[in-house]
Design a protein around this ligand. Structure first.
Ligand code: FMN
Length: 156
Protein backbone atom coordinates (compact mmCIF):
# COMPACT_ATOMS: atom_id res chain seq x y z
CA UNK A 1 0.00 0.00 0.00
CA UNK A 2 1.23 3.48 -0.89
CA UNK A 3 0.12 6.60 0.96
CA UNK A 4 -0.25 9.23 -1.74
CA UNK A 5 0.22 12.77 -0.44
CA UNK A 6 0.97 14.49 -3.72
CA UNK A 7 0.00 14.45 -7.38
CA UNK A 8 3.04 15.60 -9.30
CA UNK A 9 2.27 16.62 -12.88
CA UNK A 10 5.32 16.81 -15.15
CA UNK A 11 4.62 18.91 -18.23
CA UNK A 12 6.20 18.63 -21.67
CA UNK A 13 4.98 21.36 -24.00
CA UNK A 14 5.81 23.77 -26.82
CA UNK A 15 2.70 25.92 -27.18
CA UNK A 16 1.44 25.47 -23.60
CA UNK A 17 -1.65 23.31 -24.15
CA UNK A 18 -0.25 20.58 -21.89
CA UNK A 19 0.45 23.20 -19.23
CA UNK A 20 -3.14 24.48 -19.42
CA UNK A 21 -4.36 20.90 -19.03
CA UNK A 22 -2.19 20.47 -15.93
CA UNK A 23 -3.43 23.76 -14.46
CA UNK A 24 -7.05 22.74 -15.07
CA UNK A 25 -6.37 19.50 -13.22
CA UNK A 26 -4.73 21.42 -10.37
CA UNK A 27 -7.92 23.44 -9.89
CA UNK A 28 -10.46 20.74 -10.65
CA UNK A 29 -8.97 17.93 -8.56
CA UNK A 30 -7.90 19.96 -5.50
CA UNK A 31 -10.54 18.23 -3.38
CA UNK A 32 -9.14 14.77 -4.15
CA UNK A 33 -5.51 15.21 -3.06
CA UNK A 34 -4.10 17.94 -0.85
CA UNK A 35 -1.01 18.78 -2.86
CA UNK A 36 -1.03 19.01 -6.65
CA UNK A 37 2.23 20.26 -8.08
CA UNK A 38 2.57 21.32 -11.71
CA UNK A 39 6.16 21.29 -12.90
CA UNK A 40 7.47 22.03 -16.38
CA UNK A 41 9.97 19.36 -17.39
CA UNK A 42 12.68 21.91 -18.27
CA UNK A 43 15.99 20.93 -16.73
CA UNK A 44 14.65 17.89 -14.86
CA UNK A 45 16.35 14.53 -14.70
CA UNK A 46 15.47 11.10 -13.35
CA UNK A 47 15.64 12.43 -9.76
CA UNK A 48 12.26 14.07 -10.44
CA UNK A 49 10.85 10.64 -9.63
CA UNK A 50 12.41 10.44 -6.17
CA UNK A 51 9.30 11.20 -4.09
CA UNK A 52 7.95 7.84 -2.83
CA UNK A 53 4.67 9.43 -1.69
CA UNK A 54 3.80 11.06 -5.02
CA UNK A 55 1.58 9.81 -7.76
CA UNK A 56 3.03 11.03 -11.05
CA UNK A 57 1.22 12.29 -14.12
CA UNK A 58 3.17 12.76 -17.33
CA UNK A 59 1.36 15.39 -19.39
CA UNK A 60 3.11 15.94 -22.70
CA UNK A 61 2.57 16.81 -26.33
CA UNK A 62 4.39 15.44 -29.40
CA UNK A 63 6.56 17.24 -31.96
CA UNK A 64 8.92 16.64 -34.86
CA UNK A 65 8.52 13.10 -36.09
CA UNK A 66 6.95 11.67 -32.97
CA UNK A 67 9.37 13.27 -30.53
CA UNK A 68 8.94 14.62 -27.04
CA UNK A 69 8.91 18.46 -26.89
CA UNK A 70 12.27 20.21 -26.48
CA UNK A 71 11.55 21.07 -22.85
CA UNK A 72 11.04 17.35 -22.11
CA UNK A 73 14.18 16.16 -23.86
CA UNK A 74 16.56 16.30 -20.86
CA UNK A 75 14.21 14.33 -18.63
CA UNK A 76 13.43 11.77 -21.34
CA UNK A 77 17.11 11.30 -22.18
CA UNK A 78 18.02 11.05 -18.51
CA UNK A 79 15.70 8.06 -18.12
CA UNK A 80 17.80 6.33 -20.78
CA UNK A 81 21.26 7.67 -19.95
CA UNK A 82 21.20 7.23 -16.16
CA UNK A 83 18.70 4.43 -15.71
CA UNK A 84 17.77 3.05 -12.33
CA UNK A 85 15.00 0.94 -10.94
CA UNK A 86 11.83 3.01 -10.46
CA UNK A 87 9.72 0.29 -8.88
CA UNK A 88 8.32 2.77 -6.33
CA UNK A 89 6.84 4.98 -9.07
CA UNK A 90 3.12 4.90 -9.93
CA UNK A 91 2.14 7.10 -12.84
CA UNK A 92 -0.43 8.00 -15.45
CA UNK A 93 0.01 9.57 -18.88
CA UNK A 94 -1.82 12.32 -20.70
CA UNK A 95 -0.52 12.38 -24.27
CA UNK A 96 -1.42 15.32 -26.50
CA UNK A 97 -1.14 14.95 -30.24
CA UNK A 98 -2.78 15.25 -33.60
CA UNK A 99 -4.18 12.17 -35.30
CA UNK A 100 -3.25 13.45 -38.75
CA UNK A 101 0.34 12.45 -37.86
CA UNK A 102 1.29 8.76 -38.11
CA UNK A 103 3.17 9.35 -34.86
CA UNK A 104 -0.02 10.19 -32.97
CA UNK A 105 0.77 10.93 -29.32
CA UNK A 106 4.22 9.33 -29.50
CA UNK A 107 5.60 11.85 -26.97
CA UNK A 108 3.48 10.41 -24.17
CA UNK A 109 3.88 6.88 -25.47
CA UNK A 110 7.67 7.21 -25.41
CA UNK A 111 7.67 8.31 -21.77
CA UNK A 112 5.34 5.44 -20.96
CA UNK A 113 7.65 2.87 -22.57
CA UNK A 114 10.75 4.23 -20.91
CA UNK A 115 9.15 4.37 -17.46
CA UNK A 116 7.89 0.81 -17.83
CA UNK A 117 11.39 -0.32 -18.86
CA UNK A 118 12.63 1.05 -15.53
CA UNK A 119 10.03 -0.85 -13.50
CA UNK A 120 7.60 2.02 -12.90
CA UNK A 121 3.96 0.99 -12.86
CA UNK A 122 1.35 2.76 -14.92
CA UNK A 123 -2.00 3.17 -13.24
CA UNK A 124 -4.84 2.83 -15.77
CA UNK A 125 -4.61 3.40 -19.50
CA UNK A 126 -2.69 6.14 -21.24
CA UNK A 127 -5.11 8.91 -22.28
CA UNK A 128 -4.71 10.71 -25.62
CA UNK A 129 -6.09 14.05 -26.66
CA UNK A 130 -6.43 14.66 -30.40
CA UNK A 131 -5.98 18.30 -31.43
CA UNK A 132 -8.16 17.68 -34.50
CA UNK A 133 -11.09 16.32 -32.49
CA UNK A 134 -12.58 19.75 -31.83
CA UNK A 135 -12.68 19.17 -28.09
CA UNK A 136 -11.02 21.30 -25.44
CA UNK A 137 -7.97 19.57 -24.02
CA UNK A 138 -8.27 21.26 -20.59
CA UNK A 139 -11.90 20.22 -20.14
CA UNK A 140 -11.47 16.64 -21.33
CA UNK A 141 -8.16 16.26 -19.52
CA UNK A 142 -9.57 17.40 -16.18
CA UNK A 143 -12.58 15.12 -16.58
CA UNK A 144 -10.37 12.14 -17.38
CA UNK A 145 -8.04 12.96 -14.51
CA UNK A 146 -10.82 13.11 -11.90
CA UNK A 147 -11.81 9.58 -12.78
CA UNK A 148 -8.24 8.33 -13.02
CA UNK A 149 -7.16 9.98 -9.78
CA UNK A 150 -10.19 8.70 -7.86
CA UNK A 151 -9.44 5.14 -8.97
CA UNK A 152 -5.74 5.47 -8.21
CA UNK A 153 -6.38 6.83 -4.71
CA UNK A 154 -8.94 4.11 -3.99
CA UNK A 155 -6.47 1.43 -5.04
CA UNK A 156 -3.51 2.90 -3.11
C1 FMN B 1 5.36 21.24 -35.91
C2 FMN B 1 4.42 20.29 -35.20
C3 FMN B 1 4.72 18.95 -35.15
C4 FMN B 1 3.84 18.05 -34.53
N1 FMN B 1 4.13 16.70 -34.53
C5 FMN B 1 3.22 15.83 -34.00
C6 FMN B 1 3.46 14.42 -34.06
O1 FMN B 1 4.48 13.94 -34.59
N2 FMN B 1 2.54 13.58 -33.51
C7 FMN B 1 1.39 14.06 -32.92
O2 FMN B 1 0.59 13.25 -32.45
N3 FMN B 1 1.16 15.41 -32.83
C8 FMN B 1 2.05 16.29 -33.35
N4 FMN B 1 1.80 17.64 -33.27
C9 FMN B 1 0.57 18.12 -32.58
C10 FMN B 1 0.80 18.61 -31.15
O3 FMN B 1 1.38 17.61 -30.34
C11 FMN B 1 -0.58 19.02 -30.57
O4 FMN B 1 -1.06 20.13 -31.28
C12 FMN B 1 -0.53 19.34 -29.10
O5 FMN B 1 -1.85 19.58 -28.62
C13 FMN B 1 0.32 20.56 -28.78
O6 FMN B 1 0.44 20.67 -27.37
P1 FMN B 1 1.35 21.80 -26.66
O7 FMN B 1 0.69 23.12 -26.95
O8 FMN B 1 1.29 21.46 -25.20
O9 FMN B 1 2.74 21.71 -27.21
C14 FMN B 1 2.66 18.53 -33.91
C15 FMN B 1 2.38 19.91 -33.93
C16 FMN B 1 3.24 20.79 -34.58
C17 FMN B 1 2.89 22.26 -34.61
Amino acid sequence: MQSITQLKILVGTVTNTAEYVAQAIQMDCADLVGDIEVQLMDGLDISAFDNPDALYLICTSTYGTGDVPDNARALYDSLGATPRFLGHVRYGVIALGDSSYPTFCFGGKKFDERLQDLGAQRVGELWCHDATAGTIAEVDGATWCRQWLSSALAAA
